[in-house]
Write a protein that binds this ligand. Sequence first.
Ligand code: HEC
Length: 177
Amino acid sequence: MNSLLRRVAPLAAAAALLAAASTAWYAQAEAAPDAKSSPAPDAKSVERGRYLARIAGCNDCHTPGYAENGGKVDEKLWLTGDRLGWQGPWGTTYPSNLRLVLAKYSENQWVQVAKSAQYRPPMPWFALHDMTEADLRAFYRFVRWLGPAGEPAPAYVAPGRAAAGPVVAFPSPPAAK
Ligand code: HEC
């Protein structure tokens, strides 16, 4: 199996489960802008956040070419989102540019969003719910330390609509008997 397939096969099973469990793919938390400042990124948090981006799968999807290139992507490009779409019964989703998204939140807002938001597949939002608050804060500090960069990811495309660029297509669930 090539690396992309290895990445997709377990996800396809997870997505099928999700598809069966819920049709409410998306309940994104909208946080209001917050005047409160966030603590400056300290070296220890930045290192922990970098570690999490590497081992928690965030880079695999949110960094262009990361999984395909064995993780050899310049850190400058990390978490800038991807134009490779993920297509399935939920439509086509694109890994968001987290460098831009996290810049919109204060650290406290991020913790709130990460602990409650649900996103469409294949985003493992449940893994964000399971992360400790300390890890969520470290991840945030690392991403803010990297700073905003890149363009927003392409917009979500509704089910049955054609996506403009390349997609990873998940198989449709079998028809009901
Ligand atoms: C299997 C691919 C995949 C992995 C792994 C993954 N993501 Fe995602 N992520 C996505 C996709 C696709 C979306 C867009 C979902 C949507 O449109 O609803 C997304 C959306 C998000 C969003 C919503 C951003 C916004 O636009 O408001 C956040 C936050 C996020 N991911 C954080 C993470 C973090 C942190 C990790 C690592 C712990 C991670 N993701 C791992 C694919 C992935």
